[in-house]
Design a binder for this molecule. Sequence first.
Ligand code: PLP
Length: 402
Amino acid sequence: MALHTGRHFLQIPGPTNVPDRVLRAMDYPTMDHRGQEFADLGAEVLAGMQRVFQTEGTVVIYPASGTGAWEAALVNTLSPGDKVLMFETGHFATLWMKMADSLGLDAEFVPGDWRRGVDPALVEEKLRADTAHAVKAVCVVHNETSTGVTSRIGEVRKAIDAAGHPALLLVDTISSLASIDYRHDAWGVDVTVSGSQKGLMLPPGLSFNAVSDKALAASKTAKLTRSYWDWNDMLGPNAKGFFPYTPATNLLYGLREALTMLLEEEGLENVFARHDRHAEASRRAVRAWGLELLCQEPREYSSSLTAVLMPEGHDADALRQVILERFDMSLGAGLTKLAGKVFRIGHLGAFNDLMLAGTLAGVEMGLSAAGVPHKAGGVLAAMDYLSGAEEAAAPKMAAAGD
Ligand SMILES: *Cc1c(COP(=O)(O)O)cnc(C)c1O
């Protein structure tokens, strides 16, 4: 491989670029996790995460990848043989379904074409038909990272209510939290699952559950085997800022810094607007290249990544390899069903206009270098949009305590 100078472009949709100041914030001696100094940190990051989830309810932090928080959401609320309703929106929804299956749940997997999100009307129809209330939980991936499609969680909630069904609503926000507007309380979500390495701009290693009172009540009678993931062991120590076992102390230093950036400095609304804008600029580039977006539903376009279909007869992985070797940029691969067929541009986390312009330039040069048929001008289309959208470009200062 060629020698590379300057910075690597890590434009996969997670793990994302970790800001230098977050790295610096972790570069401190690990403290006593039973001492008061730790309790202050624990309480601060738990409170900050409530604001990120837009909840006043319980938040739990695990030293684990996002997959651990998926498991926690299921084992704390459900019992062996419980029926759960899941939707095949893509690779991550499929993995969560397989986990439910392997835990002994009865997962109904509603088929999908990997190009659109969960259809709220179908949720309502399925739940209306379930007059015996056999379905105990509806599980939805908010932002399907394999496809660049964002499901409409508020509308899914309304569908559950319209059916008058008591099922819990469990939502994976691993690649949307702190990038795309998400409201745990307002949308009546029972368990929200998330992870540290995407919108939160941290290295991998932390994951989260936000938990409604209804889900907490369900955990009192849920019978799936659980130990490490048990919310009830967390809540007592968490109330004082402590953990029942050794927390990932240094990652929590990083989380504190990231929360300062997101909540105190930029403000969540500006964070969301920035991601929307970068996603729109990316789509304009894709259209100008004459390539096709994988997402077929404009109101479900993801703001944290864009998945692009390759022209017939051209391999996405060959293109990604050329881009990596020539321009030192990593793009997301097509996963399982989409292997070789799509590449994914991550534009979430610590990111700005010039990083996006550089990213899109790398793609456009790569398309040429790899001999993929396309039109020139994608980067220009994105730049026109980015330079014209001046109002959105000037972030408002977040009001203190906002
Ligand atoms: C990244 C991701 C996961 C997996 O998280 P890990 O941290 O790799 O365990 C699950 N769901 C979605 C939507 C993701 O983007």
